[in-house]
Every structure is written in C-alpha cells, then in structure tokens.
Design a protein around this ligand. Structure first.
Ligand code: ADP
Ligand code: ASP
Ligand code: MG
Length: 414
C-alpha cells in the first residue's frame, strides 16, 4: 500500500480539493491518504482559542464552520458531510463554553483537532460524490499517544497494532482510506496533537505501521530545494536525498518536511517522495537510503530566534549545576536550544520558543542569574557550505554567533 499526505495549501479551496481528488483517483492500488486542516484553518482556530474567554470566540467559530460548509456545498459534497460538520460545530461550541474548566493545553487540542476532522470529512464526501470507494478513518482511534497535550508522544506498540487492525478491516472494501494528520488520542480517549505541522509525521507513522511501499508528501513546491524559495528565489531542486541528509536538513528547520517524519520511514527503508500538487507529473525529490551523493550548499533559515546570556548573580563560574538547572527549565518550558556556548562567567544560548514560555523561564531564573536577551534574530544553517555562500548570506548583516562542525555551518544573524 502507498501513503499520500496532503497539507493545508493543497486543500485550501474547493478547486484545490478537486485537484487532490484527481491525484488520488489516478492511483489504482489501495491508498491511505493523510490530510491536514484546510488552508490556514489551524491558525484561525488558534486565534479563537486566544479569544476563548470572550464573546467573540463562538462567533468566530461559527464563521469558520460556515466557511467549511460553503466549500462542501461548492463541491456538491454536502449530502455526505453536513451531518458531521454540524456535529463538529456544536462540539466546538461546547468546548469553547467549557473553556474555563479546562487545562489550557488540553483545551487547545480538543478544539484545534476539529480542523483536520472537518477537512477529511469534506474530502471523503467529495471522493464519494465522484464515485470513488472511500472510507473516512478516525485517526484518534489509530494513533495512541501520551498525555503531553500539544506535542504528544506516540505510543508505538499500541499505535502499530491499531493502525494495522483498522486498515485490515477496510482494505478489502475501499480503494481509498482517508484519515487526519496531526491528531491522536490518549488511552482514555482524550484528543491530543503531535505539534504544529505534524501531519507529515502522521503519514510517516502510518507508513511505518503498515510497511508502506512508499510515502508521498504533496507540496506547493517541486520537491526539496536548496533553500526556501520564498527567501531564495534561485533555489534549485535536489532530485535525490539520503535519509541522513533529510534528517539533518529538517532537524535544522527546513520547513518543507516535519523533522520527526524521516526516522520512522528510514527504519523500514520506505522511499519518501516529495512532489508538487501543482505539477503532479514532475518527478520531485526522492528520499531513500542512497549513499555517496554529492550535494550543493543547502540553506535553512529559522526566524524568531533569541540569544540569552546567563551569568550567575553570586559571581561564581558557570558550572555543571548551573547548566543542569537551566536545561531542566528549558525542557519544562519547551524551549528549544539551537546553539550554545559557555565561558567562565556566562552561558549563551540561541533558543526558539513561544514568547510566553520564554517570559516564564526568565522570571523563574532571574533569582539566580543576570539575563541579557537579544530578540528578533535569524538562525542560518548551511549544510555542505562554501565560502561564497557564507559571504552571500552575511552581506550587510551582523554575525552574533557562529559555529562550524564538519560540513555544517551555523550562524545567528541580526
Ligand atoms: P504543507 O502544505 O504540507 O504543510 P508546508 O507549507 O509546511 O507544507 O511546506 C512547504 C513549504 O516549505 C514551501 O512552500 C516552501 O516555502 C517551504 N520550504 C522551506 N524550505 C524549503 C526547501 N528547502 N525546499 C522546499 N520548500 C521549502
Ligand atoms: N494543521 C496542522 C498545522 O497547521 C498540522 C499540519 O498542517 O501539518 O499545524
Ligand atoms: Mg505545513
């Protein structure tokens, strides 16, 4: 079996959804399709969550649900979807009314997951309308996770068994099985999510569990390029990448694939295609176990970075006990450490995190440390770097921090 994954951009409008259905219809073998929320729906739900304790929230929610219904109508897919869309809408309202009683990360997951539930409902209804034998599968019944809401960890053994059971139950009767990316559930049935942009990872989990023949992620770019084309319009396609190289690129933040995607499929040596949903006939990028490939310089840019410099208030040198205290808190507040350096009297880290979590960390650490913060920085990573690429990237910028190891060059730029 093959696994396809379509992200938000590929299902943003009715026309795009038809395009996705055409791509699906071309596949003759049984197919498992993983789909994200439509367009920017997840961002829109985040805004609603932000307003959850105001009168506006329910109105915003109703508007979002109406937009989904309008798309279903345009696709003639109302008949097979309206009951479910109405149900998600009223469940969403209940969740918003209930907000004050809930732990907020758990609340977030209960509401944000509706995006994927609605999008997959519309896509399946459209496929059925066009005569394709398709089945909607509930990802929450297949993906078992722990209770770390908003960035849940998959419980692999239970997930493998339930994915296999669910697929085996339906594969004889349906050509296409469609499920949600991004969402899972705890053992007691509470919805969790795997972290923003996590649908690629969901597709990798399914691929791993069923030993898929291949996995394809359909994107708005031709494949993996030497850099983000929105920043580097001259970026070129890399037609083949090894798993190792893809892991490194995505770990450093290349947005085109979620960083957790590659390892499960590497373990089973499942080829991963990155292809364009705009030009599905093009070859795209293939990621597999290939060795001995030569790569051009590949650039990854991550914005919204912070440099934090900690020095101890009691004038002691920075020692292991300080570092262990800091790292426990980085973990607690889910702050990602991207680069670091310690000297006798200070410890400097380049981190990325939600602003609120960073403020909490600083507040808590202020008793023991003087903290200096520089905000709004860019972390630039170049794999297979050469001097001309570094010169090009640093032109007119201040390099605050830099490091090389082997073929990787990293710098923090202002
Ligand atoms: P999805 O629709 O599956 O969520 P994303 O929008 O998250 O997909 O990822 C695709 C985007 O990733 C592209 O539009 C592109 O701007 C960006 N991107 C960043 N780095 C790269 C890269 N090295 N190669 C291709 N695209 C990249
Ligand atoms: N809809 C989720 C998000 O926007 C998951 C995904 O698209 O991968 O983060
Ligand atoms: Mg995405």
């Amino acid at each position: 079996m093959k696994v396809y994954k379509f992200g938000g951009a590929s299902v943003a409008h009715a026309d795009n959804i038809l395009n996705v259905c055409n791509i699906i219809a071309l596949e003759k073998e049984p197919l498992i399709v993983v789909i994200s929320a439509l367009g920017k729906t997840t961002n829109a739900i985040e805004k609603i969550i932000h307003e959850a304790d105001t009168d506006k929230a329910v109105k915003m929610w109703d508007e979002l649900c109406d937009e989904h219904k309008t798309i279903a109508k345009k696709l003639n897919a109302e008949e097979h979807s309206i009951v479910y869309l109405d149900e998600y809408q009223s469940e969403g309202r209940e969740i918003i009314y209930d907000y004050s009683r809930r732990n907020s990360d758990e609340f977030y997951d209960q509401l944000i997951s509706k995006g994927e539930l609605m999008s997959t409902t519309i896509v399946v209804a459209t496929l059925i309308e066009r005569g394709l034998s398709s089945k909607w599968l509930d990802a929450r019944k297949m993906f078992r996770s722990d209770e770390r809401f908003r960035s849940a960890n998959i419980q692999w053994r239970e997930t493998e068994a339930s994915v296999q059971d669910m697929i085996n139950d339906h594969v004889q009767r349906y050509n296409v099985m469609v499920t949600q990316g991004f969402i899972a559930s705890t053992r007691d049935g509470r919805t969790t999510t795997l972290g923003r942009e996590g649908s690629d990872y969901s597709a990798a989990i399914i691929s791993y569990c069923i030993n898929a023949e291949s996995m394809t992620v359909w994107k708005d770019v031709d494949g993996v390029l030497t850099g983000d084309p929105r920043i580097f319009p001259n970026a070129t396609l890399i037609s083949q990448l090894s798993y190792e190289e893809a892991i490194e690129m995505t770990y450093y933040g290349a947005q085109v694939i979620h960083p957790k995607t590659i390892q499960p499929i590497q373990r089973k040596e499942i080829p991963l295609n990155v292809k364009s949903f705009i030009h599905p006939d093009r070859n795209g990028t293939i990621i597999n176990a290939a060795g001995g490939l030569l790569y051009p310089p590949m650039i990854v840019v991550s914005n919204n970075q912070y440099l934090l410099e900690f020095s101890s208030k009691d004038f002691s040198f920075i020692a292991e006990r300080h570092l262990s205290m800091l790292f426990r808190k980085f973990n607690h507040y889910r702050i990602r450490v991207n680069m670091m350096r310690n000297s006798a009297i200070s410890f400097i880290v380049c981190v990325s995190a939600e602003k609120e979590r960073l403020e909490l960390l600083k507040e808590e650490m202020a008793y023991d440390f003087e903290i200096e913060e520089t905000t709004n920085l860019q972390l630039v990573t170049v794999r297979h770097y050469n001097q001309s690429t570094i010169d090009f990237l640093t032109k007119g910028k201040t390099v605050l921090f830099e490091e090389t190891h082997d073929i990787t060059y990293q710098m923090v730029l202002k």
